[in-house]
Design a binder for this molecule. Structure first.
Ligand code: FAD
Ligand code: SF4
Length: 397
């Protein structure tokens, strides 16, 4: 390829203009590359275009008359799965890393965009283009902080690579899809994870110090389907803290403004999504969005145990009650939080209904955030599917 691309000139931009989304920037990495040239149309926080990009990626946007698609996006199938031999040290059972390794080993791709951590800090993300299974394995486990995954895109073009897998969260994938045609690739595969409540590295420190008994030894944590945060420590012990016991009054500002205004929890534009929230405890949740996603999943099917997704309970009352409680920063004493956690675990929403509970709780909170902090963006930034979800609830002013 010899043409001079217009985006390559964009490097001359002044540093002050390099994050046009300003406080809403999620540090997705696009603006660290010459693809910043496309930022005004590509950035998820400047130009919400999920429906258009769904049509580009999946040949149709989600069907707003289908309740499951309103929540989970365009999909062919959903299932619960786990690896029969989990990868030690992975976030869950390592389905994401395993798919990436198979794609590389079987020659479907030449490289994989994924996130390792720096040598000094296990939670400091370091995006790379992995070319070996060892490099992919070193990227296993969540770095629960904003990660500039797209910052390596220039290297893709420079390397001459033509077949690429990108692993990433919703905001990264929205920007990626918007510039996909400029990357000079023959084939792009996208393996997404759901994502919510992400933080800067400093924000993560505050969260750990406010919530865990031993912040410096946490190696891994997750907000689980049993309504508790599970912290895994260096010695292998697991500490659990009920959601209702979180110090909401101190944590209200900890989540990044980008995540407080995000409505792409389920990564609508990936070919295949691997999370946990629609699956029973201990299992992963798989959403196959298109044929390419099915092809990716098929590569590891023989390494998985699967079961159908299920749904139980009714989330609406719990979501409605949580809206003013979060808004006022209500924090329960730990004994009461544990009691409430046990009760809701027994009778509360399960499976896909738990996923809907989590989506409803975050979308209502985020809708209020955008309405209060960026009212001029409300109409265009909130996608139609999210407006329908939020419309089920009474919100404070
Ligand atoms: P592994 O095999 O351990 O691989 C993890 C992969 O994640 C690696 O390939 C790595 O490149 C990538 N990664 C790590 N950190 C980041 C990052 N900061 N940005 C982008 N990519 C990263 N699932 C839910 O169902 N609900 C949630 O609310 C939810 N929140 C999440 C928040 C974050 C920040 C992340 C990264 C993931 C979240 N997930 C969520 C997905 C879930 O936690 C697991 O990542 C997923 O189920 C895959 O598990 P695994 O064992 O197969 O992954
Ligand atoms: Fe740029 Fe990404 Fe930040 Fe938007 S979110 S301003 S595209 S780095």
């Amino acid at each position: 390829m010899t043409a001079t691309y217009p985006h390559k000139k964009a490097k001359a931009l002044k540093p002050s203009s390099r994050r046009p989304a300003k406080e809403l920037c999620s540090e997705c990495g696009l603006c660290d590359t010459y693809y910043i040239h496309y930022v005004k149309t590509a950035c998820a926080f400047l130009n919400q275009q999920i429906a258009e990009l769904e049509a580009q990626t999946h040949a149709r946007s989600r069907n707003l008359d289908c309740p499951d698609e309103v929540y989970f996006g365009v999909n062919q199938t959903m299932m619960a799965a786990r690896k029969t031999e989990p990868i030690p040290g992975a976030q869950w059972t390592g389905i994401v890393s395993t798919i990436a390794i198979e794609m590389l080993d079987q020659g479907l791709v030449e490289g994989v965009v994924c996130v390792q951590n720096t040598q000094e800090d296990r939670f400091q993300p370091m995006p790379i283009i992995a070319r070996t299974r060892e490099e992919i394995l070193r990227a296993r486990v969540n770095k629960p902080t904003l990660s500039p995954n797209l910052s390596v895109l220039e290297q893709v073009e420079q390397s001459g690579m033509k077949r690429l897998l990108v692993i990433g969260v919703g905001c990264q994938i929205q920007a990626l899809r918007a510039v996909e045609k400029q990357l000079g690739l023959e084939k792009l595969y996208v393996l997404g994870t759901p994502c919510v409540d992400n933080v800067t590295r400093a924000g993560l420190q505050k969260f750990l110090e406010t919530t865990s008994r031993s912040p410096e030894t946490v190696v891994h944590y997750e907000f689980m389907q049993d309504f508790r945060v599970h912290f895994k420590h260096e010695d292998g012990s697991v500490e659990t803290v009920p959601f209702f016991g979180l110090k909401t009054n101190q944590l209200k500002d900890v989540f990044a403004p980008s995540c407080m205004s995000c409505f792409d929890y389920v990564n609508s534009l990936a070919d295949l999504v691997v999370g946990y929230m629609g699956a029973p405890f201990g299992w992963q949740w798989i959403v196959v969005r298109n044929q390419q996603g099915q092809e990716m999943l098929s590569l590891v099917q023989n390494q998985l145990e699967t079961q159908p997704v299920r749904s139980k309970g009714d989330r609406h009352q719990a979501v409605q009650q949580s809206i003013p409680a979060y808004d006022k920063g209500v924090t329960l004493p730990m004994w009461a939080a544990r009691l409430m956690g046990m009760a809701i675990e027994r009778i509360g929403p399960k499976g896909l209904e738990y996923a809907r509970f989590s989506i409803d709780s975050h979308f209502t909170r985020n809708y209020l955030y955008v309405k209060r902090h960026h009212p001029e963006k409300l109409a265009s930034h909130v996608p139609e599917f999210a407006k329908r979800i939020v419309g089920q609830y009474r919100l404070p002013e």
